[in-house]
Design a protein around this ligand. Structure first.
Ligand code: BGC
Length: 788
């Protein structure tokens, strides 16, 4: 890489210094023509490649300072000092800004707020709230001197075991797309950028850099691209991050069909596209495809681009397009605009935002009257390792360097409850012993395998087995407490998919639930199970035992406080599931083609090396086709534990006066929701459509098209909510015509409290329409696709 980068930092500071940060003031602009005319081919090749990643690539002596503009950020763009173009800072991620909390020779701290995981945010179904969370995250991005947040993550939850489902939003593209759009809008209100990722079909972590996701054009369009299409059109993210995997034999970052034909030509996207970190192989091909920026940057990519242009394999005009798009990005950035960041975001205000949003995304799964806690509940017996060591979020780039996490123990104390000190002491000693043993094991493994040491330290720590108690100990605790809460925890993260055992309960968990329920029930006391998890787990074998189950997800740094806001009744739960909870994970049809308990095959620097052609590792056939999640369970009558869209409240709601009105090319559906119970509460209303002759036409029995959430309704209060569906939204993708086709006929519009609880059925006659698109990204072989 070029040696003028230290100078670049100085020049960048100069540019920043003379710029006006004031939003009202004149905006600094880059004279693109002039800059481009002064750039050599080498300058251009440098400019489209990032500044490397410590310990992996790049030359620290030359570019260390640039890379460290904001320590701990994932990367930067390449600065061109002599042209006055500064580097801009790119930093993760979905649950909040990920930068180092501490810096060398600096007594200040740079902690960021750990907001709830993506799955929890989506479970709120409250796009206004998600926008507020995005806005708070964006403020930290801006005030800590970063320019682009590498989020949101929008891949479809194709299978329950995907290791990164916690970062993702839903098995449904409408929920995923609308959630992402709200998040992006919120973040970008701060005049900082986002990077919607991972475009597209990064639905498994196993061999993610070498896996070929093989699917029909229909599944690609209807399921895997749809959410991106919705979010990108609605919220215009500054950047898009391509994924690691191949789709139908081509790396996404090297696919002109994906990055240019679909994203830019069909959807009209005008921003910058970057690779995922070390994603793809052939720099020249990535440029040709329209993938503007290669992150974090490797020397070979520079050679490939320069050689590509010299040999005529890559048109310099294509490279120029990418350079211009990166210049556009730099121009918009706070750094170029000279924003003087404070390093002092309002962490206190953001703690309140995360606390409230987390409570709203929790899902009440069962309630036999144990929740909210009765006034007589004062003393709570807390069981389960994670009650004392609450999990704020997942691991990897989706993690946040937070200052603290409020445990359930602390949350209860803050809420005025007392907890058993005896239990607390027993768990504290047990946890410390287990932690020591686990860390020692990881360090030993890292020493044995130095090449992967960093990764090993980055990956989720196994959780200890649940501590067991004798019947006598439990009886004593039951006598001394008013109620028991058992927390079950799960942690997952980047690089690895969850194991089958992670979906199922362990023997120690099962035994703990069985024994606590048994003893407490005999003593006339109730038991609540709390799930501190990032993805769905098995519940059918034990959900009859406790009196209530609350899915708290991984709820960010205020987790314990948020949970207690719900347990105490201060906030009525109003979250609903955005992914179906299957009885067994093998019930999801995609499990036939998913890497179950496979070696994760991580090789950051040698991605895509195909040593073998192992099913579900080197390639994955998406044979379920469009039948992902509820589209499968509902259409094929497969029983589930909790359906898509499900969630209880402390109150009850009645739906009335559902109506449909045709308005030009759209259908407006309204319904009145009344709080008929005794608590305040909000209700999520879901609108599905069912196409005529859907079985014969091989379409799902129903598909979500819109949703709405009421405001907080007092007992007796009503609200009329309105949802709109465009006629074009009713289209399915017809491969033979390469078109989105709306079949004519009578469609049902189903107003539901969940996919399995339809409250009203409306009908409308819809006219045929067709929108042609390009016939691209075809699978190369044949697959045994599921059909109705
Ligand atoms: C992840 C991305 C992340 C990037 C930078 C990659 O490993 O897949 O989601 O933004 O690293 O940290």
């Amino acid at each position: 890489m070029k040696k003028n980068v230290i100078m670049a930092v100085a020049a960048a500071a100069l540019v920043a210094g003379c710029a006006t940060a004031d939003k009202q003031g004149p905006k600094n602009t880059i004279n693109q023509e002039e800059v481009m005319s002064k750039m050599t081919l080498e300058d251009k090749a440098h400019f489209v490649i990032g500044t490397g990643m410590a310990g992996f690539s790049g030359n620290d002596a030359v570019i260390g300072a640039t890379r460290n503009l904001v320590p701990g950020a994932a990367g930067t763009t390449y600065p061109l000092d002599s042209l006055g173009i500064p580097a801009v800072v790119l930093a993760d991620g979905p649950a909040g800004l990920r930068i180092d909390a501490k810096r060398d020779n600096d007594s200040a701290t740079y902690y960021c707020t750990h907001f709830p995981i993506g799955t929890l945010l989506a479970s709120t179904w409250n796009t206004e709230l998600i926008q507020q969370v995005g806005q708070a995250i964006g403020e930290e991005v801006k005030e800590y001197g970063a320019d682009v947040l590498l989020a949101p993550a929008l891949n479809i939850m194709r299978n329950p075991l995907c290791g990164r489902n916690f970062e993702y939003y839903s098995e449904d593209p409408v929920v995923a797309g609308k959630t992402a759009a709200a998040y992006i809008t919120g973040v970008q209100k701060n005049d900082v950028g986002t990077s919607i990722k991972h475009f597209a079909a990064n639905n498994q972590e196993t061999n993610r850099m070498g896996n070929d996701a093989r699917m029909s054009q229909r599944a690609l369009r209807e399921i895997y691209l749809k959410g991106f299409e919705i979010a990108i059109k609605e919220s215009k993210p500054w950047t898009v991050m391509t994924s690691y995997n191949y789709i139908n034999g081509v790396y996404t970052s090297e696919s002109k069909d994906l990055v240019t034909t679909i994203l830019r030509d069909e959807w009209g996207y005008e921003g910058t596209v970057m690779t995922d970190w070390f994603g793809g192989k052939d720099g020249a091909k990535q440029m040709w495809a329209g993938n503007d920026m290669l992150q974090p940057g490797k020397a070979e990519q520079f050679d490939s681009i320069v050689a590509g242009v010299k040999s005529g394999k890559l048109n310099e005009a294509d490279l120029d397009h990418s350079v211009k798009r990166i210049l556009n990005l730099v121009e918009k950035s706070p750094r170029y605009q000279g924003y003087k960041y404070s390093n002092k975001p309002d962490l206190k205000a953001h703690a309140a935002v995360t606390r409230q949003s987390a409570a709203e995304g929790m899902v009440l799964m069962k309630n036999g009257g144990a929740l909210p806690f009765a006034k007589s509940v004062k003393n709570v017996a807390l069981y389960g390792n994670t009650s004392y060591d609450f999990i704020a979020g997942g691991t990897g780039s989706g993690n946040v360097n937070h200052a603290y996490v409020v445990s359930l123990l602390d949350g209860l104390k803050n809420g005025g409850y007392t907890v058993s000190d005896e239990l607390k002491n027993a768990y504290t000693t047990y946890a410390a012993d287990c932690k020591k043993a686990i860390e020692a094991e990881i360090e030993a493994a890292a020493k044995k395998d130095p090449k992967n040491a960093m990764l090993l330290r980055f990956m989720p720590r196994p959780l200890p087995a649940e501590k067991q108690f004798s019947a006598d100990e439990l009886t004593k605790q039951a006598a001394a407490s008013d109620i028991a809460v058992i927390t079950l925890g799960r942690i997952s993260g980047e690089f690895m998919d969850r194991k089958a055992a992670d979906f199922n309960l362990s023997d120690s968990e099962r035994q703990l639930i069985t024994q606590v329920c048994d003893v407490y029930h005999k003593a006339g006391k109730q038991v609540v199970v709390l799930l501190n998890i990032g993805g769905v787990i098995e519940t059918a074998s034990w959900n009859t035992l406790p009196d209530a189950i609350l899915c708290a997800w991984q709820a960010g740094q205020e987790g314990g406080n948020s949970v207690v806001d719900v347990l105490s009744g201060k906030q009525s739960p109003s979250g609903k599931f955005t992914m179906t909870w299957p009885v067994k994970f093998t019930d999801a049809y995609s499990s036939k083609n998913f890497p179950i308990d496979q070696d994760p095959r991580i090789d950051m620097m040698n991605q895509g090396a195909k040593s073998a052609n192992v099913k579900n590792v080197d390639y994955t056939d998406y044979e379920e086709d469009i039948y992902v999640g509820y589209r499968y369970f509902d259409s094929f009558g497969v029983p589930v534990s909790y359906p898509f869209g499900y969630g209880l409240s402390y109150t009850t709601f009645a739906y009335s006066d559902a109506q449909i009105t045709e308005k030009g090319d759209a259908y407006e559906v309204s319904v009145t929701v009344k709080n008929t119970g005794k608590h305040e509460g909000k209700e999520v209303v879901e609108l599905y459509t069912s196409a005529p002759n859907n079985k014969a036409a091989n379409k799902p029995v129903k598909e979500l098209k819109a949703f709405a959430k009421t405001k907080q309704l007092a007992p007796g209060e009503s609200e009329k909510v309105t949802m709109t569906v465009q006629a074009a939204d009713l289209a399915s993708f017809d491969e033979s015509a390469s078109a989105w086709v709306v079949a004519a006929g009578e469609y049902q519009f189903l107003v539901g409290a969940s996919s399995a609880d339809i409250k009203a059925t409306l009908k409308a006659n819809v006219k045929a329409q067709q929108t042609k698109v390009h016939n691209v990204m075809k699978p190369q072989g044949t697959m045994n696709l599921l059909k109705r």
